[in-house]
Design a protein around this ligand. Structure first.
Ligand SMILES: [Zn+2]
Length: 477
């Protein structure tokens, strides 16, 4: 029995690992590599296994960097089931379809601009076929996926339906339990439950996106949002909030509902200007059984979720365009989350050059995105090729994150019983090293950092390197 590390090992995106035991092959996550155009070309490459010979997939959650290559796996011959949480299937209906339609549009654009052979990574139809392979599980439900291998999903508190996966593998007399974190959420975040405890395990594979830092305090972050809204109200401007459709948009609406009177939100018109976020919100509010106690109690006290009477769901383009005529009193939540496309660009065009307007940045902005330029305080940016002066005030609030920080990850790892070995994946190289050092100090654990192609012998819990580090050194010389 062995686990081969493949994706999200050297980089953050493209999560994918291969479990081989008892003659079966199981894939854990099948994510898209995201980044520059050159990096994303990697998604077209063959899998390091024959998709037709894969017996099953286990999917931790709906984010595209964990689920986004599933349609490709199916179109290349995979015929088995994809085990995941019920809510993840619902979110994949939104996320995978969106990913496919972006790929189709991109291919069309490239064909029009001289690349006659440009084909999408996959089509909407192929995405739908992949969703057809999904089998829904509940948290805590033990499911045998092939003889000798069973899985159980546990709440990871990252997005709705997100799970860390407990996998029990038996081969002859050897029984091993390993845990794959997927992405881990923050403790005490709104709407969702805290990550569940790990329990007994021989090995834990842990993500490390924020393994080298601490998030800003959540209550301070919420207070900061309140202050921004009060200032904007006095100055009679608009507030623009670029936000991811899944997770962040719902968190913001939930906070608006909770602080509706305190923040005097009745004075505003609030717009959720993203068809995808509207869909994702419907899914979030329909899965009340997955909310934490606070959210459930809140729901019992209010008639609708979120309790924001002046919320406008502007799904259609014409509806979205009417927002442009508002010079004040509009709070606009729109995608894309990093301002590298989507409706937020149109709202920026109308508001960026106005000193009474406010841009509230609540999420991570990758290098090279417009959002990053705003965070860095650029005085001028280009929107659709035209320069715009940045007169609006840009506020970066740090406390909302779907990922746990270093202390959250530590707190979670402390819930492991039986001194499990720890493998660090899903992080920048320097972050993983920093997190390894942190775990050594705090947990006295000598964590391992697997590289792509490395194989973990689960029976002996030994990591076999694909590339001999000494040989590698020689190559470098
Ligand atoms: Zn995620």
């Amino acid at each position: 029995m062995e686990l081969e590390f493949y994706g999200a090992t050297r980089r953050v995106t493209g999560s994918c690992h291969i479990l081989r035991a008892g003659g079966y092959t199981i894939i854990l996550d099948c994510g898209l590599v995201q980044g520059s155009r050159e990096t994303e070309e990697l998604n077209h490459e063959p899998f390091p296994f024959n998709p037709a010979e894969v017996d099953a997939v286990v999917l931790s959650h709906g984010h595209i960097d964990h689920s986004g290559r599933l349609p490709l796996l199916v179109s290349r011959g995979f015929r088995g089931p994809v085990y995941t949480h019920h809510a993840t299937i619902d979110l994949c209906n939104v996320l995978l379809k969106d990913s496919a339609s972006l790929a189709e549009h991109d291919a069309q654009y490239r064909r029009r601009h001289g690349d006659g052979d440009a084909a999408p990574l996959y089509t909407v139809e192929e995405a739908m076929r992949a969703i057809g392979h999904m089998k829904g599980l509940r948290y805590g439900q033990k499911q045998q996926i092939v003889p000798g291998i069973s899985v159980r999903l546990h709440d990871a508190g990252h997005i709705l339906g997100s799970a860390f996966v407990e996998i029990e593998v038996s081969e002859g007399d050897v029984h091993r339990t390993f845990v794959f974190s997927g992405d881990m959420g923050q403790y005490d975040s709104p709407i969702l439950n805290d990550p569940e405890a790990i329990g007994q395990a021989d090995v834990v594979i842990v993500e490390s996106t924020y393994g080298d830092r601490l998030h800003k305090n959540f209550d301070l972050t919420v207070a900061e949002i309140g202050e921004i809204i009060s200032t904007a109200c006095l100055e009679c401007g608009n507030i623009l909030i670029p936000a991811f459709a899944v997770g962040r948009s719902q968190e913001l609406l939930y906070l608006f509902g909770q602080h509706y009177h305190e923040w005097d939100l009745a004075k505003w018109e609030i717009f959720l200007d993203s068809p995808m976020a509207i869909e994702a919100s419907r899914i979030y509010w329909s899965h009340e059984e997955l909310w934490d106690e606070e959210a459930a109690l809140f729901r019992r006290n209010v008639r609708r979720m979120p309790p924001v009477g002046n919320l406008h769901l502007t799904g259609k383009i014409e509806e979205s365009m009417t927002i442009n005529s508002m010079n004040e009193g509009a709070i606009i939540i729109a995608g894309s989350g990093m301002c590298n496309g989507g409706r937020i660009i149109h709202h920026l065009k109308h508001n960026l050059e106005r000193p009474d307007c406010h841009i509230l940045i609540s999420g991570f902005m990758a290098e090279g995105t417009l959002g990053r330029q705003l965070v860095e305080g650029r005085k001028e940016v280009f929107l659709h090729g035209r320069p715009y002066r940045v007169e609006a005030r840009v506020h970066t609030i740090g406390g909302l994150s779907a990922h746990g920080d270093r202390n959250d990850l530590l707190r979670w790892l402390r819930t492991g019983e039986g001194s499990p070995a720890v493998m660090i994946v899903h992080g920048e190289e320097s972050v993983k090293e920093s997190f390894k050092g942190f775990l050594k100090d705090e947990l006295a654990v000598d964590a391992m950092i697997p590289q792509p192609g490395d194989r973990l012998d689960l029976a002996t819990v030994t990591l076999h390197r694909a590339v001999d580090e000494n040989t590698n050194e020689k190559h470098k010389e």
